[in-house]
Ligand binder design. Structure first.
Ligand code: TYM
Length: 335
């Protein structure tokens, strides 16, 4: 197949550390389904990344199964895409070792997410937390992915993956595709509903800060009603109006309308009515995901069959590229 005929390859992943948030959905996953027709897509529940923070094994195993079901419920079709659990394909961790040897300590020290997590988990700054971005590079490079759909907070990690690919290719000859980030123009950084200067996150201590995509309608409405805004009255996207900007962004993504159209639609409305409208739109938007998730969780045999098949396909695909990297650096072939 010529280069022009080859479909481009997409890789992305999400950690199974609890129900996905509206931030995960808007910034990343909602884009993954629609990309399936145009690209060869590989999507992973990245359980190896999740163990950089200490976890209860029983709960973690359950969360990984739930994460996989959520991935499918969000529109990933395991027939069209490869949908698998990271630890089921050993090539990620193996390639990660090789890539770690072309990554500088200084580069990893500059990763803002490492600095944030090290501050948050000061009693467990383990080596995995530090080398996490190398594993992420391996996830992407072991499939020679062309495009990586992510939210804004993963931009720095993707930049590092690109640098690692370029450096390896320069040192050992053309091996890896240098991946491009695919970051949505609207919604790449959804903010906390309680502190709209901060990113919306799964692990926020304030339960009203985060919408989880399985929240029921009442919960969603309540959280939006309590969303922090500002002391003005006007619904417009502007500097210093972080809360309103966040709500306009969310509304725009949930309805497919532009932010400008949303501003017009709510011109003259009070903040209370606006927040209720955003809540309604989000609850309607997420409803099919909840329904599909419940259906899938009722059929564990099907889920297992899907992730087993996904792992085999992922392994086969990544083997070629991993073997090439091994050859290039001078490991003795045994196959
Ligand atoms: P994770 O699990 O933290 O998040 C999954 C995806 O959701 C995006 N995201 C957000 N987007 C907008 N607003 C937010 N508030 C928000 N919060 C999260 C993230 O940017 C991400 O795209 N290291 C990655 C997982 C990973 C990965 C990979 C991604 C591992 N290997 C290879 C791409 C390619 C992570 O922890 O994402």
């Amino acid at each position: 197949m010529s280069e022009a005929e080859r479909k481009k390859v997409i890789f992305s992943g999400i950690q199974p550390t609890g129900v996905f948030t509206l931030g995960n959905y808007v910034g990343a996953i909602r884009n993954w389904g629609p990309l399936q027709d145009e690209y060869d897509c590989i999507y992973s529940i990245v359980d190896e990344h999740a163990i950089t923070v200490r976890r209860d094994p029983v709960k973690f195993r359950q969360q990984t199964v739930e994460g996989y079901a959520l991935l499918l419920a969000c529109g990933i079709d395991p027939k069209k895409s490869i949908a698998f659990i990271q630890s089921h394909n050993p090539n990620h961790a193996q390639l990660s070792w090789i890539l770690g040897c072309v990554t500088q300590f200084g580069e990893l020290s500059r990763m803002t997410q490492f600095k944030d997590k090290a501050a948050k988990h000061a009693d467990d700054i383990n080596a995995g937390l530090f080398t996490y971005p190398v594993l992420m590079a391996a996830d992407i490079l072991t499939y020679n992915a062309d495009v990586v759909p992510i939210g804004d907070d993963q931009r720095q990690h993707l930049e590092l993956a690109r640098n690692i690919a370029v450096r390896f290719n320069q040192r050992y000859g053309e091996t890896f595709t240098v991946p491009e980030a695919y970051i949505p123009k609207v919604g790449a950084r959804i903010k906390s509903l309680q502190d709209p200067t901060k990113k919306m996150s799964k692990s926020d201590d304030n339960p009203n800060a985060t919408i989880f995509i399985l929240d029921d309608k009442d919960t969603i409405m309540r959280k939006f009603k309590r969303a922090v805004t500002d002391s003005e009255t006007e619904i417009r996207y502007a500097e210093g109006k972080d809360g309103i900007n966040n709500l306009l962004t969310i509304y725009s993504c949930a309805t497919g309308k532009t932010v400008q159209d949303a501003e017009k639609e709510f011109s003259g409305f009070g903040y209370g009515d606006f927040k209720a409208a955003v809540g309604e739109a989000v609850a309607d938007w997420l409803e099919p995901v909840r329904t599909e998730y419940a259906r899938l969780m009722d059929d564990k045999a099907y889920l297992k069959q899907c992730w087993t098949d996904g792992a085999q396909r992922a392994f086969r695909l990544s083997n070629k590229i991993y073997a090439k990297a091994c050859r290039k650096i001078g490991f003795v072939d045994y196959r």
